[in-house]
Design a protein around this ligand. Structure first.
Ligand SMILES: [Zn+2]
Length: 182
């Protein structure tokens, strides 16, 4: 995606996110209130208190094709289990009890905060376009940390791990980087 194209769609996507979050604000609740047992060992209490969850039958995706981004139609139509906008994530109701999915979306909350909305969206769109959803760098970070959460009982500091992976990603330029662990 060219810089010029991004400049044009960024305000549309940002506006859609703002509107979507406002529409769901009354039913959003802090992830801390869901009572998961392992998340508090991986994320600090403040993050769990300030990150909001909305349970929905279908997670809302921005109308990218209507914004002229037709090549993201497949992504737009994906029936994802979860998706994150800023400090709020949407989870499909049938996945509500999946602690691992909540873990994954919280990685995105951290990414949004560390990068800021504009950089997050620019990197996300670029990764999606070049590598596809599953292999886009920001998703690879989330999936990699999620896998670790699923495999290891030992808690780890996700925020620090995420920060260092983002640093690697941005300093190595743009490639998918050495994100694949064993
Ligand atoms: Zn993800």
């Amino acid at each position: 995606m060219t810089e010029q194209e991004f400049r044009k769609v960024y305000p549309l996507i940002a506006g859609w996110i703002k509107k979507t979050l406002a529409q769901h604000a009354s039913v959003a609740r802090p992830v801390a209130s869901l009572g998961f047992s392992r998340l508090p060992h991986c994320y600090d209490a403040q993050l769990l208190a300030s990150s909001m969850v909305v349970l929905v039958p279908k997670v809302p995706m921005p109308p990218l094709s209507a914004m002229g981004l037709d090549r993201f139609r497949e992504f737009e139509q994906m029936d994802a289990g979860g998706t994150t906008y800023l400090n709020t994530y949407f989870v499909r109701a049938d996945q509500a009890h999946s602690e691992s999915l909540h873990f994954h979306e919280l990685v995105h909350v951290i990414q949004w905060r560390l990068l800021g909305p504009e950089k997050f969206l620019a990197l996300y769109a670029d990764g999606l376009e070049r590598f596809g959803y599953r292999k886009s760098p920001l998703e690879r970070i989330a999936f990699r940390l999620q896998k670790r959460f699923e495999r290891e009982a030992q808690p780890f500091n996700v925020e620090a791990a995420c920060q260092s992976l983002i640093q690697d990603m941005t300093s190595h330029g743009d490639g998918p980087a050495p994100l694949d662990g064993p």
